[in-house]
Design a protein around this ligand. Structure first.
Ligand code: SAH
Length: 356
């Protein structure tokens, strides 16, 4: 099997060039072709000697993933289902709005966190993505943009628990943010996590400027244990302490994501409790009206319920916004396209709470 080019650093590729009697600057040239000039094959690298192009092609592949499916939505959302070299599939999305070009990428195949309302975790986690697989999602989506258009934002909010794959995620993001990569600003990258306290602290100690988003979804330990089962192991206090630590070390305000599920966590008392939990913290709340998943019993709240929730949180002095939903027609929410193309049965135990 050919080795994906992006699994190698420029230094690795330089060493490869030297071993074969080529000047080391050829390595940088190849890397520039991929990051700047959108090459997807060695054949198109027209200023490389033909012999070198075929030597490269014999051992390497520019991308290890191939496009298994491409979906375009009328609202400017493109979704790619990529097939990895081992046959597993991952999904990633490009969202184009007036002045923003945001990519949403996956960090794992499947997810082991088991949040009860999420499609990605229905079959558990299969494996971490490699650094190359993470980079390829970004580059393949970027290559869909018109020639002079650039990506402006990157969110790690696709399939998988981002911080469970820090070892591959950070090298990939660092490369994208380096001048040798896409020269992307670290502050334009958001890493979303279910809230793994130890990993959040580890990320803080790396001293990057990545924006952290914590998937809170509930203001009390009892409710969070039900919706986000990992909470029973880590504890809400530990999640909040680690978020505070991230803010203090990085100086970057943390976002708390809150998926609104009708009648489960969207009532005024939940909004009150959330406002209380976060007031006095330098935090932002991003409310996400639920995107229904076929086979799961959860529902999106009414617009009125969403606005009421937002108002209560804001009245507590907490910064809050409601996420616009894009790409619903193409199953753009986490794990949904992959699931529709490869149907699988839902997890048998579903959370149902009676209104208290
Ligand atoms: N593991 C990371 C990334 C998950 S996806 C995390 O937990 O943050 C990014 C966000 O989308 C998470 O907040 C997740 O809970 C939320 N999400 C998952 N399924 C959803 C759905 N069907 N509708 C709306 N948001 C969903």
């Amino acid at each position: 099997m050919k080795r994906p080019l992006l699994d190698a650093s420029t230094a690795d590729l330089s060493a490869w060039m030297t071993d074969r009697g080529h000047p080391t600057y050829r390595a940088r040239q190849v890397v520039r072709w991929v990051f700047d000039r959108r090459a997807e094959s060695f054949e198109t690298m027209s200023d490389l000697p033909k012999g070198l192009r075929s030597e490269l092609d014999a051992e390497w592949t520019v991308f290890g993933t191939e496009i298994a499916h491409q979906h375009v939505s009328p609202d400017g959302t493109d979704k790619l289902l990529l097939r990895c070299q081992d046959g597993r599939t991952i999904e990633c999305v490009l969202m184009a709005e007036s002045d923003r070009r945001t990519v949403c990428i996956s960090s794992q195949v499947g997810c082991g966190m088991g949040c009860v309302f999420c499609a990605s975790g229905l079959k558990g986690v299969e494996r971490n993505l490699t650094t190359a697989e993470i980079l390829e999602q970004v580059l393949r989506l970027r290559n869909l943009l018109p020639p002079n258009d650039r990506l402006t934002n990157l969110v790690v909010m696709g399939m998988g628990e981002s911080l469970a794959n820090l070892d591959h995620l950070i090298p990939a993001l660092d490369r994208l943010c380096s001048p040798e990569g896409l020269n992307f600003g670290q502050r334009r990258v958001t890493i979303s996590t279910v809230g793994l306290p130890e990993k959040m602290r580890k990320l803080a100690e790396l001293d990057r400027q990545y924006h952290l988003a914590v998937s809170l979804h509930a203001p009390t330990p009892e409710l969070r244990d039900l919706l986000v089962p990992i909470n029973a192991r880590v504890g809400l206090d530990a999640v909040m302490d680690a978020a505070d630590a991230y803010f203090h070390r990085s100086g970057r305000q943390v976002t708390f994501e809150y998926v609104l599920l009708a009648d489960l966590n969207d009532r005024p008392e939940h909004a009150e409790a959330l406002g209380k939990l976060l007031s006095g913290r330098k935090a932002h709340v991003n409310l996400i009206p639920y995107n229904p998943v076929a086979g799961l019993p959860y529902q999106r709240p009414s617009g009125e319920a969403v606005r009421r929730f937002e108002r209560i949180v804001r009245d507590r002095g907490v910064s809050v916004s409601v996420r616009k939903t894009k790409g619903r027609e193409i199953d753009a929410a986490c794990g949904q396209l992959r699931r529709r193309l490869q149907p699988e049965s839902p997890r048998p135990s579903l959370v149902t709470l009676s209104p208290s």
